[in-house]
Design a protein around this ligand. Sequence first.
Ligand code: VAH
Length: 313
Amino acid sequence: SVLVIGANGQIGSVLVEYLRGIYGLGKVVATDIRMPEFPTGIFEQLDATNAGEVAAIVRKYGVTQIYHLAAILSAKGEQDPLRTWQINMQTYFNVLEVARENGVSKVFYPSSIAVFGDRVDALAEQWSYLDPATVYGISKAAGENWSNYYFKRYGVDIRSLRYPGIIGHQSMPGGGTTDYAVDIYHKAVKGEAFECFLKPETTLPMIYISDAMDATVRLMEAPAEKISVRTSYNLAGMSFSPQEIAQSIQKIIPGFDITYKPDFRQAIADSWPQEIDDAQARKDWGWRPAYSLDKMTEEMISELRKKYHLVKS
Ligand code: VAH
């Protein structure tokens, strides 16, 4: 079976459905700290900071792959730094040890563009220096190095992607700095104005959820000998600023209005690169993004209009 930890999250909730489509409903075990209102398949309540609980689930379902999608994100993580570090690291140590002790064949570890800091200017390369500005980014950079350690010392086959900001219509993000790029579509579709917590020209690396899912499974399905990066692969979809995504939306919803009221998240965004060089992922396992900003906008608006029952009759 495939175990997803953090199945209620922005990525986890979409990844569970994507994996069920590939491996079958009975082969994917979704878990999170709270039961969802409407489970759509096998779901177990799991506090991943508890090693015994993680081990019990792995044994109960004969887990062969673990996707670790639980973490406190960049903005929320700054409210209580030591708790963020403790939760983000303890959950991952439990995954690493349970995988090692139970012969789990593959582990997916999500890293982030948040591992890059002020030493990187506009373009983040695969081996750029990591000086993360947030506790979340510090925990992700540490997790990358632990992944590399468990691969080299114990042979645990851990694979990882540095996700850009992920944008999708299926789930709401929580506590991130890139979350504005999801909220903006919901407001536009409902005919509401959007107040953006970043400056209009703040360009950030982003990726559409479908491309993120495709990249994740493509990486996990690649032959082990193709994987040359055991910390974490840079992954790029597209880069845009709030004013550019607003302009993309206004091509379909001309009356859409945006205002700007930068808050503490501006400093987090300013510490991140504007562009990502993902040449290594393209070379090693054939990564190619399929979505441009306008193609994503078209799909986000049409999907959200359905979700809000606003489809033009
Ligand atoms: C965040 N969406 O904003 C997450 C992600 C690239 C950003 O790590 O914290």
